[in-house]
Design a protein around this ligand. Structure first.
Ligand SMILES: [Fe+2]
Ligand SMILES: [Fe+2]
Length: 210
């Protein structure tokens, strides 16, 4: 317990850094998406969308289950949390629509872009307002950080996302072409246990050609 107390101020900063790194990844994915033509390369398009949606879902769940409840105790503007929760619900409608579509759908790219625009706005509010207003006190940040890290690993495994070794991974990821990375990862995972949802959807669209 004593060690936890001594690292209390760092825990909140680490949580914010983790969430910001996720935001950066989403924004990078949106930029990468612009470079893909869904008609020319539907597989890369789908791989990027599916990986990004899985990452967004992990992030959203961590915020909803652990971060927002903690933040409520550490902020004097609880409306910000209410708004963020409503925005998550709205984003999930678009995510649900995308999950029921494939790159052959006329509105696939448009839906992903609209989701992206919506998320950019949401991210701006989180980073520009919510994160800044969080106080050091009012939440057990050490415990929240531990829970977020544990749950993050579990969720990523469930969704078949590659494990993150360290923060360096996040940095490296941003500068790499995610479209290529996603396509390679999907292809390399044919016989594996990971990514059950994405794999089944990918085979749905590719089975038509066989
Ligand atoms: Fe966020
Ligand atoms: Fe959020």
């Amino acid at each position: 317990m004593a060690t936890r107390n001594s690292s209390g101020s760092g825990a909140k900063n680490k949580i914010v850094a983790m969430l910001k790194a996720d935001h950066k990844k989403v924004k990078q994915a949106l930029k990468d998406f612009e470079k893909i033509d869904p008609e020319e390369d539907p597989q890369a398009c789908q791989a990027l969308v599916e990986q990004t949606l899985a990452e967004i879902e992990v992030h959203a769940e961590l915020e909803e289950q652990l971060f927002y409840p903690a933040a409520r105790g550490a902020i004097d503007d609880e409306e910000l949390i209410d708004e963020a929760e409503v925005e998550h619900m709205t984003a999930k409608v678009l995510i649900g629509q995308l999950k029921g579509m494939g790159p052959e759908d006329e509105k696939y790219a448009a839906t992903f872009k609209v989701l992206g625009e919506y998320l950019k706005h949401h991210i701006e509010e989180e980073e520009g307002e919510m994160f800044r207003k969080l106080s050091q006190s009012g939440a057990e940040w050490d415990t929240v950080l531990e829970e977020m890290q544990t749950q993050r690993e579990q969720l990523m495994q469930e969704k078949g996302l590659p494990a993150e070794s360290a923060e360096a991974e996040v940095e490296a990821e941003g500068s790499r072409s995610r479209a290529t990375g996603a396509a390679v990862r999907t292809g390399a995972r044919s016989g594996g246990e990971a990514r059950p949802q994405a794999a089944s959807r990918a085979s749905k669209s590719s089975s038509r050609k066989q």
